[in-house]
Design a protein. Structure first.
Length: 521
């Protein structure tokens, strides 16, 4: 059941087994899983069924470090959260990302990859990828192609994409029919009531002054990395977690930067290696990263690469995508209008159909060139952090103050990865890579082109001790008996891979923990 606090609360007080704050990827996955198991679950979501300007304004923050666009652009207050914005790409972390690594300060998770492996697989089933191919080599075999061969230091892999990236739609039937699941929209948490070492009540409100109080056995914040800090710090010095010095520290994102230009020697084979794959209704994207043994030998952070194809036909292809979405939405008139709006759409459509239907590949013209983009692991730094600004939003809550630090280690990682790519592509014989001169020289001027990837992590890191973290390996906040966090905030280190697959795996693992602790009734 979904209700909107703006229409006035049906009750001033609500009780449940579990109260989840945030109806994004983690919140919906956790809520639906627990409700299916019989727990009564209340979800408080700051936004509504659609993104609106008034609610999005709560995301506005004070940027004092390296420019960080994702503070506003990468966050959506709505049922579905950021899944209403993303493309649905899933990439798991690798075993090395969980390990204590020489030369990588503050590395090492208190859990290992083996602890999450079964949950990574469960995530694929839950998001509609159960019938997809989970082994990369099988995908390549089925399309009759060879995976990229980029030498001994780079390893190719395939990312997987959710058939329905918007979790509000994906879980739509569950949200409407699960009798024990209740979502309250436009309910922004403005107060957390605690007694001794427990949360006893949350107070949520909308911009019209309506309020609702929620009591529960267990409370879980699934509000993302930046908002987690903002919620925890608003409570002041009396909360059980107030003495945890690491709250807000070690803020990480994935710096992304173009590190070179790819000059094809064998254009056909290059596209066979790197064009997206469409097989049995599922999308796979060819990418590559530094091999684990190279990272260990050279004490390197992680880095992954992606080819970006540029063409004057991009507008034609965008028109095709718009027409395709209209057709899927059963709006044929709109589909035809968009298909014929661009003079080149018909020709592009024919080429796209031949490539996709005949070869199971995307159509990526590259007449304007090919760039090589790197996505980098960031070294955790205590001084890279989220705090509270003196500025306040319309609820009277202090806004986030974002101090994202990117330094010489990230520039060195980009440069080393660029050199490995140049060597790997040269060995392959399919292309040469002309490195960006500033990256190759390790010139600090390159920092101006380092952008965030909207992947927020850290700030409430998982640890075995309250001296070095905010949550324990079960995601429970230290010094607090019934408050849990589930988002990228709990990542001790970030790897280089998109974080959502790991966040969802942690949500399913937390569901098992809460079920086992009889929190479900």
């Amino acid at each position: 059941m979904i209700e909107d606090l703006r229409e006035g609360p049906t009750k001033d007080r609500v009780a449940a087994d579990i109260c989840i704050v945030g109806a994004g990827a983690a919140g919906l996955m956790l809520a639906v899983t627990l409700a299916r198991r019989g727990a009564s679950v209340v979800v408080l979501e700051s936004g509504g069924s659609q993104i609106d300007v008034e609610t999005q304004d709560f995301n506005r923050g004070e940027i004092v470090g390296h420019p960080h666009h994702g503070t506003e652009e990468g966050r959506a207050r709505a049922i579905g959260g950021t899944t209403t914005l993303w493309g649905g790409q899933l990439v798991p972390l690798r075993p090395i990302d969980f390990e204590k690594r020489p030369g990588i300060d503050h590395s090492g998770w208190p859990i290992g990859r083996a602890d999450l492996t079964p949950y990574y697989e469960d995530v694929l089933r839950e998001v509609g990828l159960g019938r997809s191919e989970w082994r990369d080599e099988i995908v390549w075999q089925r399309i009759g192609a060879e995976p990229p061969a980029l030498g001994s230091q780079l390893e190719p892999y395939l990312s997987r994409w959710c058939p329905e990236p918007n979790f509000a739609r994906h879980f739509g039937r569950d949200l409407q029919t699960l009798w024990s699941l209740r979502i309250i929209a436009h309910a922004t948490v403005i107060q957390i009531e605690t007694q001794e070492h427990q949360v006893v009540e949350l107070v949520a409100a909308d911009l019209r002054g309506h309020r609702v109080r929620v009591t529960a056995n267990v409370f879980v914040l699934c509000v993302g990395t930046i908002e987690t800090v903002r919620v925890l710090l608003q409570t002041g010095h009396t909360a059980p977690w107030a003495g945890l010095d690491t709250i807000g520290r070690y803020f990480q994102d994935h710096p992304v930067v173009a590190i070179g230009t790819v000059v094809p020697r064998d254009r056909s084979r290059l596209h066979d290696w790197f064009d997206n794959i469409y097989l049995s209704g599922f999308k796979y994207q060819p990418r590559f990263h530094i091999r684990t043994e190279v990272q260990n030998r050279e004490h390197l952070p992680g880095a992954g690469g992606l080819l970006m194809f540029h063409s004057h036909r991009l507008s034609d292809l965008n028109q095709l995508r718009i027409a395709g979405r209209a057709l899927l939405a059963r709006r044929p008139v709109s589909a035809i209008r968009n298909f014929t709006a661009s003079p080149g759409a018909v020709d592009a459509g024919i080429r796209l159909a031949w490539r996709t239907l005949g070869r199971h590949r995307s159509y990526n013209p590259d007449d304007l060139g090919i760039t090589l983009q790197a996505q980098l692991e960031q070294i955790p730094r205590s001084e890279s952090r989220i705090t509270l600004s003196d500025q306040r939003d319309r609820m009277g809550l202090r806004r986030a103050r974002v101090d994202w630090r990117v330094g010489e280690r990230e520039l060195e990682t980009a440069a080393v990865f660029a050199e490995l790519c140049r060597e790997g592509f040269r060995e392959s014989g399919v292309a040469d890579v002309v490195l960006d001169s500033a990256i190759e020289r390790r010139d600090p001027s390159a920092f101006s082109r380092f952008s965030d990837q909207l992947h927020h992590m850290g700030t409430a890191r998982m640890s075995t001790s309250p001296d070095t973290g905010v949550v324990d390996p079960d995601l429970r906040v230290f010094n607090t008996q019934n408050l849990y966090l589930c988002s990228g905030a709990v990542f001790p280190t970030s790897g280089y891979a998109n974080p959502t697959h790991t966040i969802l795996a942690l949500a399913l693992r937390l569901a098992d923990r809460l079920s086992g602790q009889n929190a479900c009734g």
